[in-house]
Write a protein that binds this ligand. Structure first.
Ligand code: G6P
Ligand code: MN
Length: 431
């Protein structure tokens, strides 16, 4: 059995390889093929992955290629973690809105729309290749914006696909650690869209422990219970706790841009670098480190890019499909009546049963009016964005930007969109 990774030159891939090693007994793959269009990165990361796999699974072959079809042919699972336009593209997505005093974020607001416009056409090309050359393969997608990619794949291709995000599993893990139980014991009443969701209730052994978490938040500082050395995570926890204390529901960290819009904007405007630029520094350092240790068996292998839950979620989903487990994970699916109040064709992020037929959503309670209103608005914006990406339509992209609650005016939307089109060149062709 062959597993391929499109975007395999990513700094996340060594962590992913570790996860794949951990599930090898459950998912006995014989070849891991890394595909990337960035040859130098592919070479560096390929060397590390070969070393990691050889140490644990000497019979597994690791191959690298710059040709997508070579990777896709013969694969049972095609893992996608692409970034169209690379990190420089992400930095433009963030910087351009900030020039207009609008939040600059990878997946949220204007930046998320721009990223979707670049990513969706490529993901649909990949899906068409999978459908033609490996029709039985599953696409497991981690490419952002994961929700809009899920919608595009569901509406415009016939591949078997699951589109994932590690925010829900991250919250599950945090709660499990804070109260000292195994993650699998924690069940989430989670509802939302990708990067726009709420954890309304949390069950451990069938008991809702939200009131306990609320009183923990009210009487003590939660942050020390969730130790992290990652600046982004620390900031996300602080902002999420701030919102949680006021609304009593645990928000996705990405909801800070909606609930605490002004505060986030002030912080972004005052910072020397956007998150994308910080990630560029992290990645440069990591790749240099990979290069240094690749030839030295005694050297410590790597500093992590983070994304521990990315790997764990990715491999757990593969195993759930492969072994027909029927395990529960929150992933991105077409609503089909599962969230009352949301249109049937909306793409939502909700708990799903994952088995060899893919991900099927579980019915959840109707969201409160404020949550539902925001979901409906952003979902409409996402639908328009997907249409704009598929049709290459400037007008639809403009309307999507204008509809987004983080974009204040049609004039600003037009300026941002025009600057995106100029800056991204061939990666964003709209007419
Ligand atoms: C979270 C999000 C992902 C995102 C990741 C890294 O896990 O769910 O969608 O890719 O963070 O974000 P960063 O800003 O470090 O690239
Ligand atoms: Mn995510």
């Amino acid at each position: 059995m062959k597993i391929s990774v499109i975007g395999g030159g990513s700094a996340y891939t060594p962590g992913l390889a570790e996860g794949l090693i951990a599930i090898h007994e459950e998912v006995p793959f014989k070849e891991l093929c890394l595909m990337d269009i960035d040859e130098p990165k592919l070479e560096t990361v390929g060397k590390i992955v070969k070393r990691v796999i050889a140490a644990q699974l000497p019979d597994v072959k690791v191959t690298t290629t710059t040709q997508r079809l070579d990777a896709i042919r013969g694969s049972a699972y095609v893992l996608c973690q692409i970034r169209v336009g690379g990190l420089p593209g992400r930095v433009l997505d963030e910087q351009i809105p900030l020039k207009h005093q609008v939040i600059g974020q990878e997946t949220v607001g204007a930046g998320g729309i721009a990223m979707a416009l670049r990513t969706i056409p490529v993901m649909l090309d990949i899906a068409a290749d999978v459908s033609q050359h490996a029709p039985d393969a599953w696409i497991i997608n981690y490419s952002n914006p994961s929700g809009m990619v899920a919608a595009a794949l569901a509406r415009h291709s016939d591949v078997k696909a699951v589109s994932i995000c590690d925010v829900p599993i991250g919250i599950q893990e945090f709660v499990a650690r804070a109260i000292g139980v195994n993650r699998k014991k924690v069940k989430l009443d989670y509802v939302g869209l990708n990067h726009l969701g709420w954890f309304r209730k949390i069950y451990v052994d069938g008991r809702n422990i939200m009131s306990m978490i609320r009183s923990m938040a009210a009487t003590s500082n939660i942050a020390p219970l969730l130790p992290t050395d990652d600046e982004k995570t620390a900031d996300e926890i602080e902002m999420a706790v701030r919102i949680f204390k006021q609304i009593g529901i645990i928000p996705s960290p990405y909801l800070q841009y909606y609930y605490l819009n002004r505060e986030c904007l002030e912080k972004q405007l005052a910072a020397d670098k956007t998150r994308g630029q910080v990630v560029q520094d992290i990645e440069r350092e990591l790749l240099e480190h990979f290069d240094q240790v690749a030839g030295d068996d005694a050297a410590e292998l790597w500093k992590s890019r983070g994304g521990q839950w990315h790997s764990e979620l990715m491999v757990s989903i593969i195993s759930a499909i492969h072994n027909d487990k029927g395990e529960e994970f929150a992933v991105n699916v077409i609503n089909n009546g599962c969230v009352p109040g949301m249109p049937d064709d909306a793409c939502v992020e909700v708990p799903c049963i994952v088995d060899n037929r893919g991900a099927r959503p579980l019915r959840v309670d109707r969201p409160e009016p404020d949550m539902l209103g925001l979901m409906q608005l952003v979902s409409a914006c996402e639908n328009l964005t997907v249409e704009a990406a598929v049709e290459g339509s400037y007008d639809k992209a403009l309307r999507a930007l204008n509809l987004n609650p983080l974009v204040p005016s049609l004039e600003v939307a037009r300026q941002i969109l025009d600057e995106y089109c100029t800056a991204h060149g061939n990666y964003m062709k709209l007419t």
